[in-house]
Design a protein around this ligand. Structure first.
Ligand code: NAP
Length: 368
């Protein structure tokens, strides 16, 4: 397919890039994840350090950034905007719609506390008027006139998918967004989204996926391969657990979601670290790589996965994660790692808490 220059970042540093589904976007295999730098649910954040992390990532080839309005309630997008000021054309910006903390309409989703201790009630809202408002606000916070990939953050059972897709198409026709994607959608929902978009391709889905959360291998990945929908996966390091840096002693602040996540129990840490040490370390050493880099390289080597979105809080982490984009593991190494993690039985929901929630939404949508 012929690519039009402005539809991808101007600078393509030497990281492996792939086409995102049938869209015109060429994305790096490792994308910068900007949730943690919003501070909320990650025990706080330092904006200046975050800006340096994003810039280090771009310089190292991670020239696409995934954020969302709800990450730090606008803060993540503002920080991304500051980091890319003066180099907007060097990066692809990916953000989301559908989770509102600033408007009570829509289905109540969860209650949380922001960094100042204020209670916030987050609602799902994928109504067209809400989507238009959210995109306007994101453009302002990001300091740009266009979003390269707009994604539905979570499905909204109260709003028919065609209504949401029509609103996103309008924004695309107006030149405010370049490609349309979704996140946390099951195949049945993807069918509806694809039908609703007509000639415009659904660029991608964004599900959770890592060596310890492989639920999408059953249905979603085969579906996306079959219909050429891009897959940009989140939490490929299982929020740091797969880097080997989460020892039994490491304590997380109460304002860090990992403080009470089932994945981070002492028993799980011990089991994961034992496999990292005995199976992944020798492979990492052979390549002069870190454990985290091997986990990322394994993820992006799986058939159907376009890219991994990896969160980073420091320039060092960003550079390390970006370099994983060029690490190629041999088929036997990929198989050895897969087998070792398959033998692990962790006390965690295999695709994160999102999966049960997603199945509930799918059931509701399909029972209407
Ligand atoms: N669509 C959705 O519903 C959804 C949900 C979740 C995430 N996401 C997206 O996916 C992105 C990535 O997911 P995630 O942030 O949940 O998890 P992740 O990428 O698996 O883990 C990120 C965390 O791991 C640690 N880390 C990263 N690089 C490291 C390195 N080189 N060495 C040691 N530790 C390292 C950092 O935390 P510490 O330094 O604090 O340990 C970092 O914040 C998010 O930023 C967001 O853009 C989307």
């Amino acid at each position: 397919m012929e690519h039009v220059t402005p539809w991808r970042a101007r600078i393509r540093p030497p990281m492996q890039h792939r086409q995102l589904g049938k869209s015109d976007l060429q994305v790096p295999v490792v994308i910068f994840g900007a949730w943690a730098i919003g501070g909320w649910n990650w025990g706080g954040s330092d904006d200046e350090l975050a800006i340096r992390a994003i810039q280090a990532g771009i310089d190292a080839g991670m020239n696409a950034i995934d954020t969302a309005p709800v990450y730090g309630f606008g803060r993540s997008e503002r920080v991304v905007g500051r980091a890319i000021a003066g180099r907007r054309d060097d990066v692809l910006l990916m953000t989301k719609v559908g989770l509102r903390w600033d408007d009570e309409r829509g289905e109540f989703y969860f209650q949380t506390v922001d960094e100042d201790g204020a209670t916030l009630r987050v609602h799902r809202n994928l109504r067209p008027w809400s989507i238009r408002y959210e995109v306007e606000q994101s453009l302002k916070r990001l300091g740009t006139d266009r979003i390269d990939l707009i994604q539905v953050h979570w499905p909204d059972p109260q709003v028919p998918i065609p209504e949401t897709m029509a609103a996103l198409l309008e924004l695309k026709n107006a030149g405010l967004v370049r490609a349309i994607g979704v996140s946390n959608y099951a195949p049945r929902m993807l069918d509806e989204a694809i039908d609703s978009l007509g000639d415009v391709p659904l660029a991608s889905d964004q599900p959770k996926y890592s060596l310890v959360a492989r639920e999408i291998e059953k249905e979603l990945l085969p579906y996306c391969r079959r219909y050429d929908v891009g897959v940009i996966v989140y939490s490929p390091l299982e929020q740091g657990l797969l880097t080997g840096k989460v020892t039994s002693e490491r304590a997380f602040a109460e304002t860090d979601g990992r403080h009470k996540r089932a994945t981070f129990t002492p028993e799980n840490r011990r089991k994961v670290n034992a496999v990292l040490e005995s199976v992944v370390k020798p492979i990492a050493e052979r390549h002069g790589a870190t454990l985290g880099q091997v986990a990322i390289a394994w993820t992006v080597a799986q058939p159907g996965v376009t890219s991994a979105i990896v969160g980073a809080r420091t320039p060092e982490q960003a550079r390390e994660n970006a370099a994983a984009g060029d690490l190629k593991l041999a088929p036997e190494e990929l198989a050895t790692i897969r087998k070792a993690f398959e033998a692990l039985s962790l006390a965690v929901p295999s695709a994160g808490s999102g999966t049960s929630l997603l199945s509930r939404i799918v059931r509701r949508l399909t029972s209407d």
